[in-house]
Design a protein around this ligand. Structure first.
Ligand code: ZN
Length: 222
C-alpha cells in the first residue's frame, strides 16, 4: 500500500465545526477526503448538506452507516421521541450525549484511512466550548490516538484544529480560511434541521449564534 503522507481524512457532518475542519485540512494537506456517519441522528438532512459542502470543496465524500450506535443506548439525538436537555444536569451528561460515539467514529475513520494509505485524521471536537461531553476532551483524543496506533501498528495523527478554540474563535478561523460565507450560509448545526442560522432556540443554535455575534463584534472593533 502506498502511504500518502500529505493526505487527510476529515470526519465531516456538514456542521459548522467539521466544515471549518474540512477547509482547514484543504489548506494543510494536498489530498483530503471527507467521511460522514449516519447513525439515526435527528438532523438526518445533515448527510445531504455534508455531501453538498464536500462537492463544493471538491473533496471525495464517503458515507458510513453507523446506525448500530442508535441501538446501543437511549439518547435524545437518536431517539426522536425524547425531549432534548437544554442544559447540562448537575450530576450527569445532557441526554444529547451519545456514549462511545467519538471513540467508535475515530476507530472506523482510522480503519478507512488505513485502507486509503492516509495517516492524518481530522476531527472538529473542542474542549474549550464543549457541552460537557467527555469524548471531546484533548486527553481522550490523545489516548484514542495511541490506541488506534497500537491496534493497527500505524502512525496515525489525529488533528483537532478546534480543540482550544471557543465558538467565536472558530468563526474567526473560518474567516481566516476565506470560507466564512460558506460556513455561515450552508452548514447545518441546528438540532431542528434548519440550515444556516437555524431555529435559534436549540442548544446548538444558541452556542453557534452567540459565537458568531461575539466574533462579529470583535471584527467590527478592529
Ligand atoms: Zn436550532
Amino acid at each position: 500500500m502506498i502511504q500518502k503522507k500529505n493526505a487527510a481524512l476529515v470526519l465531516h457532518s456538514g456542521g459548522q465545526d467539521s466544515t471549518t475542519c474540512l477547509f482547514w485540512a484543504k489548506k494543510h494537506f494536498e489530498e483530503v477526503r471527507a467521511l460522514c456517519f449516519t447513525y439515526g441522528q435527528r438532523h438526518s438532512k445533515e448527510v445531504q448538506i455534508a455531501q453538498n459542502i464536500a462537492n463544493e470543496a471538491n473533496v471525495p465524500f464517503q458515507i458510513l452507516d453507523a446506525t448500530i450506535i442508535s441501538h446501543l443506548a437511549n439518547n435524545s439525538l437518536t431517539n426522536h421521541q425524547m425531549e432534548m436537555d437544554k442544559e447540562k444536569p448537575d450530576d450527569s451528561y445532557p441526554n444529547t450525549f451519545v456514549p462511545g460515539r467519538n471513540l467508535l467514529f475515530l476507530t472506523f475513520a482510522a480503519v478507512i484511512a488505513r485502507d486509503h494509505g492516509i495517516k492524518n485524521i481530522v476531527t472538529g471536537v473542542s474542549q474549550a466550548d464543549y457541552s460537557g461531553y467527555p469524548d471531546c476532551r484533548d486527553t481522550f483524543i490523545r489516548s484514542t490516538n495511541a490506541t488506534i496506533n497500537l491496534a493497527m501498528d500505524e502512525q496515525f495523527i489525529i488533528h483537532t484544529p478546534l480543540m482550544w478554540l471557543n465558538k467565536a474563535q472558530t468563526w474567526e478561523l473560518a474567516d481566516e480560511l476565506g470560507v466564512l460565507d460558506i460556513i455561515k450560509n450552508k452548514t447545518l448545526t441546528c438540532y431542528n434541521d434548519i440550515v444556516a442560522e437555524g431555529c435559534g432556540m436549540c442548544p446548538a443554535c444558541i452556542l453557534r449564534n452567540k459565537g458568531l455575534q461575539e466574533f462579529e463584534q470583535l471584527k467590527n472593533k478592529k
